[in-house]
Design a protein around this ligand. Structure first.
Ligand code: IPM
Ligand code: MG
Length: 372
């Protein structure tokens, strides 16, 4: 298959983790005889520095002319600590989502057996967790009318949803549930918010078309608690933009590190793949950022094009790396010399040598491997 992939590394650790994902995609291309072409463009704080625009036209144009987008991370502390900043890096990402119509953000959350002890949650609570979060991505409070009064003492953000916006992501969530464990949990705040009541109404109507899928409702405050108390009850979670943002960071604790969580943002025409984590500025260029979220986002990209064997190969390589603790410090307390780059090298090498015995890999920590 021929694919042109726009690479938007963005800010902070974005470039270093995205480099690993590109490395891995190149290994897949050579192993499976595909042609992947990569073109890089600026977004976020780095784009503001260069062009005073978090999403320059050239970047948007590249995204629109590519088959898929691989996104790194966005955000810089100099804007976080300045509430009066008129231009912010995050606007680049939000505009990109909106312009490309990426209305559904799919965030899989999984407890890896080898990492159960890395989570602060108890082993028996998280073992076997496998959740797919469907977060609405181009509506709600993120995109509603924003206002600050002239005296600067009152501000508001409108949370607005239309039936169509709810319907299109609800269908995707129910379709996904049919291929999983046939359960959708709608997370909302229907006891307080009018917009949530519209979600309940529309999603209940749609559920009638999916009689084999059980529909459950949870208020977001309760859902936040249930995510820690009994996450195994969840199969597909369907929710609006901001609740999805919050609940997915919380859910990442189950996996042991937010550095493992990948996501796909899809619309009718375009698709973008990005880790759920932020730009982690403190870690920039230290080689400690976990590239697995970005690498697994690349696997989701391949799945989007129905390259299932290729994606599976990445997943096997990632699991192998976790098992052998060829991992960055967030999930590795045993070895302190494994950098972002080394994790990428190992996964790349694993893909390039599928017939190799595991012997070579188990020697890595003895310094006898050729890989690291
Ligand atoms: C995410 C991030 C973004 C969001 C930020 C960077 C704008 O937190 O993708 O989860 O809030 O959607
Ligand atoms: Mg977030």
């Amino acid at each position: 298959m021929k694919l042109q992939i726009a690479v938007l590394p963005g800010d902070g650790v974005g470039p270093e983790v995205t480099d690993q994902a590109v490395k891995v995609l190149k290994a897949i291309a050579s192993e499976f005889d595909h042609t992947f072409k990569f073109k890089t463009a600026h977004v976020g704080a780095v784009a503001i520095d260069h062009y005073n625009d978090p999403l320059p036209d050239a970047t948007l144009k590249l995204c629109k002319s590519s088959d898929a987008i691989l996104f790194g991370a966005i955000g810089h502390p100099k804007y976080d600590n300045d509430p009066s900043a008129k231009v912010r890096p995050e606007q680049g990402l939000l505009k990109l989502r909106k312009e490309l119509g990426l209305f559904a953000n799919i965030r899989p959350v999984k407890a890896y057996d080898t990492l159960l002890d890395k989570s602060p949650l108890k082993r028996h609570i998280i073992k076997g967790v496998d959740i797919s979060i469907y977060r609405e991505l181009t509506g709600g409070i993120y995109f509603g009318k924003k206002q600050t009064s002239e005296d600067g003492n009152t501000a508001s953000d409108l949370c607005e949803y239309t039936r169509e916006e709810i319907e299109r992501i609800a269908h995707l969530a129910f379709d996904a549930a049919q291929n999983r464990r046939n359960k959708v949990t709608l997370v909302d705040k229907a006891n307080v918010l009018e917009s949530s009541r519209l979600w309940r109404k529309v999603v209940t109507e749609i559920s009638k078309q999916y009689s084999d899928v059980e529909l459950d409702f949870l208020f977001v405050d309760n859902a936040a608690m249930q995510m820690i108390l009994n996450p195994k009850q969840f199969d597909v979670i369907l929710t609006e933009n901001m609740f999805g943002d919050i609940i997915s960071d919380e859910a990442s604790v189950i996996g042991g590190s937010i550095g493992l969580l990948a996501s796909a943002s899809v619309g009718k025409k375009y698709a973008m793949f990005e880790p759920i984590h932020g730009s982690y500025p403190q870690a920039t260029n230290k080689g400690i950022a976990n590239p697995v979220a970005s690498i697994l986002s690349a696997a989701m990209l391949l799945e989007h094009f129905e390259l299932y064997n290729e994606a599976q190969m990445i997943r096997i390589a990632v699991e192998k790396s976790l098992k052998l603790q060829i991992s960055t410090p967030d999930v590795n307390t045993k070895y302190d010399h494994i950098t972002t780059n080394k994790v990428g090298d190992f996964i790349e090498d694993f893909i390039n040598n599928p017939g190799d015995t595991n012997m070579n890999f188990t020697n890595i920590h003895l310094g006898q491997s050729t890989i690291i």
